[in-house]
Design a protein around this ligand. Sequence first.
Ligand SMILES: Cc1ncc(COP(=O)(O)O)c(C=O)c1O
Length: 575
Amino acid sequence: MRKVVKKLVNRKRSPFFTLRPLFAKSIMRRFVADKAKTLINRSRTTCSSSFPPPIITSTSVLQRLTSSSSSSSQSTAVLRFLSTSSDSMASDYSSTPVTLNNVNPKVLKCEYAVRGEIVNLAQKLQQDLKENPGSHPFDEILYCNIGNPQSLAQQPITFFREVLALCDHPLILDKSETQGLFSADSIERAFQILDQIPGRATGAYSHSQGIKGLRDTIASGIEARDGFPADPNDIFLTDGASPAVHMMMQLLIGSENDGILCPIPQYPLYSASIALHGGTLVPYYLDEETGWGLEVSELENQLKTAKSKGINVRALAVINPGNPTGQVLAEANQREIVEFCKKEGLVLLADEVYQENVYVPEKQFHSFKKVARSMGFGEKDISLVSFQSVSKGFYGECGKRGGYMEVTGFSPEIREQIYKVASVNLCSNISGQILASLVMSPPKVGDESYESFAAEKEGILSSLARRAKTLEDAFSNLEGVTCNKAEGAMYLFPRINLPDKAIKAAEEAKIAPDAFYARHLLNATGIVVVPGSGFGQRPGTWHFRCTILPQEEKIPAIVSRLTEFHKLFMDEFRG
Ligand SMILES: Cc1ncc(COP(=O)(O)O)c(C=O)c1O
């Protein structure tokens, strides 16, 4: 061990090690400078020619977009992008072939608030703080905008990382030191996994659905979770749940006449994916008064309305536990939803990425497949796709990009089409595939890692539950704010009754009132939340989404900063 550390230290000190990045940097700089020169020369030549193409500046694009019939969302998207580039930069690109007038309009339409304008502002403030400490009334940015646990210091689960490390560097499996550094069950699991990979090559493409042995493990994990059989051939391993959702949208949406029923508020992956694929989002509102309940009567009404407009509704998307709303569906409610899909011939798209994140004893996660099977609906009775991810739960391995979808109730011909779509991407990354199998088959009682694994899992989940409760109580105590119970997932979605004066000020600033609040909050405290308008909400209501992920010891400071800010904000705008 000591030898390895020494080797690393020496390697760090070696001139080669330090020179390499510098060398790369200078090559990069030269490349960028050359590229810039070429571009400037090219634009000079084009501009001085006798028949110049129109130079598109950000102002002229904006004028065109705002004066034409383009939607306001289009102009916001443009504004957001242009806010990062100056007029002169935009004109440097006047001779490039892709412009805002000819780029795919579906891309312009697509929005993704969790990484939107407020986050751009936060990054700018962070840079300010770095370059000019003390330039703002806070000394750090607290990112409460996105469910990215390890970016907020959550530690990875040791067993998972040990297996991954061993699979990625199998040569060390035969070294005697390995026995002392890694648990016996992680070594054994790495051997098992490598035996399932042709040629033990983790750097090779795999089967487009994912490595068969890993799919076997996942299917066994699903069976153990649900008590109903699962078929490895139904599993498609993916780079996280997002590409799986895109894949299903690609399969279901042929034109804007194809509709997908989506919850409002929703995680914007759905609205973005539907927009990119050119379909129609058919909204169904969750009922805030009943803890963001999902009423089947609302589904029926919205389906009827959509049909009357000629929309062919293909699927119902349900997020359980909910994002951004944090509710966990009751089993009886899930049965009604399954019944509804069966009756209406809809594909049920069950986003179950937060299945491990349930914080209240009175609620439990039930997969939709288990619910459907327990109602007696078999493979041929209902089309159901369940999405799972390594990004959430207690593992939080967002950057590893692993996940799967379990696709049931589709004919062999359609499954072939899904396979074809999957194979266009060749395969998902192998580390993500391995992680997905580990998440669905963690250490068991009696395994060497079991106790430390169980302690890590319990430590993370119980801390998340405490953080959720503290934030929920804090939000509920603010003037004019009501907050849902944090039953599951990683978010709270408090509702703010903003004073008229604040709403007017937001209108004048040409932003949504909740974005106005979020921007003020960020500028005053460094706390980043996402305005509710990014998720959709009932007209006239305003919310923001706050993750429960900041480190537990930072939560009291967040609460006091937020409370103080809210009081001052209300004092200023109460009128
Ligand atoms: C409800 C929901 N579904 C899907 C995803 C996508 O996760 P990933 O692509 O990292 O698996 C997220 C991420 O936050 C989410 O909240």
